[in-house]
Design a protein around this ligand. Structure first.
Ligand SMILES: [Zn+2]
Length: 277
C-alpha cells in the first residue's frame, strides 16, 4: 500500500495553483493509501494549498418522512416510520453524516472552523464566513453560488463527480426540479425546500469538463480541480441540450424518475425549460 506524508500531500496539492482561491472540497481519506497523520494531515495540507476551504457536513439523521405531502416529490410518504422515530434534532455540533467521510468532520472540529445551520445541508469552512452566510432555507446551495461569484473552484480528492455537490447548483440554474424534505430541529419539524436530486449519474460529466480540469496524483489518489463558473456553465449547457443528462440508470431511483416525469410533463405542455437570469 502507498504511504504518503503531509509534505507529499502539500507538494501535490500546491501544484494545483489554488493558493489564492476559495475552494469547496470533497475527499476520501482511504483513496490516498496510508496517510501518515490521517485526516488531520490531509486537512492541514489542504489549508496550506487553498485560500478558503468549504466542505459539506450534511446530516441526514435529522430527516423525517411525513404521511402525506406534495405530489411527485421523489419520496414514498409514510414509508420511513422507524427512521422517523430515530431521527435526531439538528444542532450545530451534530457530526457530519458518516457517508461524507472523516475529512469534513475533521474540518468541522477544527478550532477555526465555522458551520452553517441548515438542518440537512450544512457546510463547514475556514476563512469562509461569507460563503457559509450565503446559505438560507430557500437557497441551501447559496455557499456554492457565493463561491462561484468569488471565482472559487471545486476540488475532488480521490472521489468522482458523484459527490460533486456543485453540480446540483448547476441543475437548479438549468431549471431542473428540486424536492421538498423535512428535518427535526430542537422544537419542531421544518420544511426544507430545494433538496437536490440524485447524484449517482453525475460522473457522466467527466469528458465534458476535461478541458477545464487540473489533475494531480497524491499517493494513490487522483485529485481533480475545476473552476466553479466553468463547471456550472458546462453542466447547465449539458442539461439544456439534454434534459435527462446526468440522471442515473437505476430503475427504482425515485428522484431521477421524478425528474424524468417532470421533463415529460414539460414536453407534453410544450413548455421549454427556462434558465433563470
Ligand atoms: Zn438516480
Amino acid at each position: 500500500m502507498t504511504t504518503i506524508t503531509f509534505t507529499d500531500l502539500r507538494t501535490a496539492l500546491f501544484k494545483l495553483g489554488l493558493s489564492h482561491t476559495p475552494v469547496i472540497a470533497h475527499a476520501s481519506l482511504k483513496s490516498f493509501g496510508e496517510v501518515v497523520g490521517g485526516a488531520d494531515a490531509v486537512l492541514r495540507a489542504l489549508l496550506d494549498s487553498v485560500w478558503a476551504l468549504v466542505m459539506p457536513t450534511f446530516t441526514y439523521a435529522t430527516m423525517v418522512t411525513p404521511q402525506v405531502g406534495p405530489p411527485n416529490n421523489g419520496i414514498r410518504y409514510g414509508s420511513e416510520q422507524d427512521l422517523n422515530r430515530m431521527a435526531e434534532p439538528f444542532s450545530r455540533d451534530m457530526p457530519a453524516d458518516k457517508q461524507m467521510g472523516i475529512i469534513p468532520e475533521t474540518l468541522r472540529l477544527h478550532p477555526r472552523a465555522r458551520r452553517s445551520i441548515h438542518p440537512i445541508q450544512s457546510f463547514a469552512g475556514i476563512y469562509a464566513e461569507k460563503f457559509l452566510a450565503a446559505q438560507t432555507m430557500l437557497e441551501p446551495l447559496g455557499p456554492i453560488r457565493a463561491l462561484a461569484e468569488a471565482e472559487g473552484w471545486a476540488l475532488l480528492l480521490g472521489v468522482d463527480h458523484t459527490v460533486n455537490t456543485s453540480i446540483h447548483y448547476a441543475e437548479v440554474l438549468a431549471g431542473r426540479r428540486t424536492f421538498t424534505r423535512w428535518a427535526v430541529i430542537a422544537d419542531r419539524i421544518v420544511e426544507c425546500p430545494g433538496f437536490p436530486g440524485d447524484s449517482a449519474g453525475f460522473d457522466a460529466i467527466t469528458p465534458y469538463v476535461a478541458g477545464i480540469t487540473r489533475r494531480v496524483k497524491a499517493g494513490s489518489a487522483y485529485v481533480q480541480a475545476m473552476p466553479l463558473r466553468g463547471l456550472i456553465q458546462i453542466v447547465t449547457e449539458r442539461i439544456k441540450a439534454d434534459p435527462l443528462a446526468l440522471l442515473c440508470n437505476r430503475p427504482d431511483c425515485m428522484r431521477c424518475n421524478a425528474v424524468r416525469d417532470s421533463v415529460a410533463a414539460d414536453v407534453a405542455n410544450g413548455s421549454q425549460v427556462q434558465v433563470p437570469q
